[in-house]
Design a protein around this ligand. Structure first.
Ligand code: IPM
Ligand code: MG
Length: 362
């Protein structure tokens, strides 16, 4: 197959991990006889520096006209002082909103050999294999009214949590469909004991569940869910939740797998999907060849599977990652004294090379 891929490396470690993923895609293309065209564009802080805006029109246009988007990360200390509407993060929100990417899939699966790399006890996290389905274009991230206004005694900051029936229906469907391909369990996470928007959320999810009698639906309040995730993560299969709760819980879920440097994501909902590691730009380690490229390489694998239906190719990448980890190679974030002899500690580039080498063997 032929596919046009928009490549948006962004900021911080984004430009370091991106080439590793592209190299993996090239290797796959060669092996399976596909042709991928990569077109690079600026996004986030990198775009602000060149054009004054985090999501230039050309970047959005390229994204729209591509078959899929691979994004590194956005943000950094340098741009933190800017007004909200021109910060690097706006680029991500803009892409999600403009492209209608309402469903964000964040799988958190523990590679058994990384159990010691997590800050949590190995016996708690062993067997973790869950998927966070996060609503991505609604809720408090986009609700109106919003803003900061002057008042008699200072200022008033406002954001609005809002969900409509259609928004909840479509994200619930994504979760139920995903569960059908997994262990057939959906946990809907809300704050229905306090928030009206959550009361509606729960009611609508229960309604959608009627069309999926083969899938078991349960509900948790978000505070309890945060606790259950680190108490017994094995109980979860698919979690479906709002934009803000999903943002928070998916970072927590990442730590169950040893490192946030391991987790890929897919944002879907329109004709073009966007794929990115969930780790962010990590400005503190940028430029040092320390970043873990696995999340981005695994995001490329998700792209193959979700956007192009290339499941065999995606599985080949996942297997190559597994093999390299089996051989004991670790970037710093997933190293532990128990499992990583010092000579197997590798940097970003070497980790990428090893994964490609393993791919080449297949
Ligand atoms: C994420 C990030 C983004 C979000 C930020 C960078 C805007 O934390 O993708 O989880 O809050 O959605
Ligand atoms: Mg986040």
């Amino acid at each position: 197959m032929k596919a046009r891929i928009a490549v948006l490396p962004g900021d911080g470690i984004g430009p370091e991990v991106m080439p590793q993923a592209l190299q993996a895609l090239e290797t796959i293309a060669k092996q399976f006889g596909h042709s991928f065209t990569f077109t690079h564009a600026d996004v986030g802080g990198a775009a602000i520096d060149k054009t004054g805006r985090p999501l230039p029109d050309e970047t959005l246009k390229l994204a729209r006209e591509s078959d899929a988007i691979l994004l590194g990360a956005v943000g950094g200390y340098k741009w933190e002082g800017l007004a909200y509407d021109v910060r690097p993060e706006r680029a991500l929100l803009g892409l999600r909103e403009q492209l209608g990417l309402f469903a964000n899939l964040r799988p958190a699966k523990l590679y058994p050999m990384l159990a010691d790399a997590s800050t949590l006890k190995a016996e708690v996290i062993t067997g973790t294999d869950l998927l966070v389905v996060r609503e991505l274009t609604g809720g408090i991230y986009f609700g109106k009214p919003k803003g900061i206004e002057k008042t008699a005694d200072g200022e008033r900051g406002v954001n609005t949590e809002v969900y409509t029936t259609p928004e909840i229906v479509r994200i619930a469907k994504v979760a139920f469909e995903a569960a059908r391909k997994r262990r057939k369990k959906v946990m809907s996470v809300d704050k229905a004991n306090v928030l009206e928007s959550s009361e509606l959320w729960r009611r609508v999810v229960i309604g959608v569940a009627k069309d999926y009698p083969d899938v078991e639906l349960s509900h948790l309040y978000v505070d309890n869910c945060a606790m259950q995730l680190i108490r017994n993560p094995r109980q979860f299969d698919v979690l479906v939740t709002t934009n803000l709760f999903g943002d928070i819980l998916s970072d927590e879920a990442a730590m169950l797998t040893g490192s946030i440097g391991m987790l890929p994501s897919a944002s879907i909902g329109s004709t073009v999907g966007m794929y990115e590691p969930i780790h962010g730009s990590a400005p503190d380690i940028a430029g040092k060849d320390l970043a873990n490229p696995i999340a981005t390489i695994a995001s490329a694998a998700m792209m193959l599977s979700y956007s192009f239906n290339l499941d065999k190719e995606a599985a080949a990448i996942d297997r190559a990652i597994l093999r390299v980890l089996e051989q004991g190679y670790r970037t710093k974030d997933i190293a532990s004294s128990k499992t990583s002899p010092p000579e197997r500690m590798v940097g970003t580039k070497e980790m990428g090379r090893l994964i490609c080498q393993e791919l080449g063997k297949a």
